[in-house]
Design a protein around this ligand. Structure first.
Ligand SMILES: C[S@@+](CC[C@H](N)C(=O)[O-])C[C@H]1O[C@@H](n2cnc3c(N)ncnc32)[C@H](O)[C@@H]1O
Length: 212
């Protein structure tokens, strides 16, 4: 398996969704269901004012996360995935779904939760550094960042461990590792902004413009 050396482009994901509308079987896999439950259970707070989900795909995790947020912005680079997410989440008026490619694109606003589930390893190291800068800039003081990554062998630019470790290194001036869970298949990292624990006072004020 030849490993990609640069961030995977949008047409890689367009081709995957064209071949199979649910290429990772998010909607039916017991593994994904259990991982999603573990992800939500690991969130340090029961509720967030403004959540941001990067790489939301067809919106299965998005739909489960949305009730825990006053507002939620979820973005993905693949329009075919977003179309499914829009249909799945049509009854969630506090959710904004955006077509965006991080780290070049990034939504305006500040967020007290940023979720990066199975997405950082599609980026190369330089883009992970840019992603980390975006997260640092838009995370509300005291906010939480959650990473979840499969730890098997990949042909992506990074493995799950490389992606998570690099992101943690790039954000360590701001974010402390609060909790790490490792199963046979994935790792889950909960990072917390040490600037303040006052994010409960944050009001939902994020907007959905994309800056680049
Ligand atoms: C494996 S899926 C993960 C879906 C979901 N986060 C989950 O854990 O179930 C990865 C998604 O990230 C999206 N993606 C990959 N690179 C991206 C980027 N640079 N910007 C935005 N979305 C990206 C892909 O289109 C794909 O839908």
């Amino acid at each position: 398996m030849t490993r990609h050396t640069t961030s995977l482009p949008p047409d890689y994901f367009d081709a995957r969704y064209a071949a199979d509308p649910d290429p990772w079987n998010f909607s039916a896999s017991p593994y994904e269901r259990d991982k999603y439950a573990a992800t939500l259970a690991a969130l340090p707070r029961p509720h967030y004012a403004a959540g941001l989900e990067i790489g939301c795909s067809i919106g299965v995790l998005t739909a489960a996360l949305a009730p825990l947020c006053d507002t939620l912005v979820a973005l993905d680079v693949a329009e075919a995935a977003l179309a499914q997410a829009r249909a799945r989440c049509r009854d969630l008026p506090h959710l904004r779904l955006l077509n965006a490619q991080v780290p070049g694109d990034w939504p305006d606003g500040t967020f007290d939760l940023i979720l990066l589930s199975e997405v950082v390893y599609y980026l190369d190291a330089a883009d992970v550094a840019r992603l980390a800068a975006r997260v640092r800039q838009s995370l509300h003081p005291g906010g939480d960042v959650v990473l979840v990554h499969w730890t098997g062998e990949t042909h992506y630019p990074l493995t799950g461990d490389e992606a998570a470790d690099l992101f943690i290194r790039e954000t360590r001036d701001r974010l402390a590792v609060d909790r790490q869970v490792r199963t046979e298949a994935y790792r889950l990292d909960v990072l917390r902004d040490g600037r303040s624990t006052d994010s409960a006072k944050m009001t939902a004020s994020s907007t959905t413009n994309i800056c680049d």
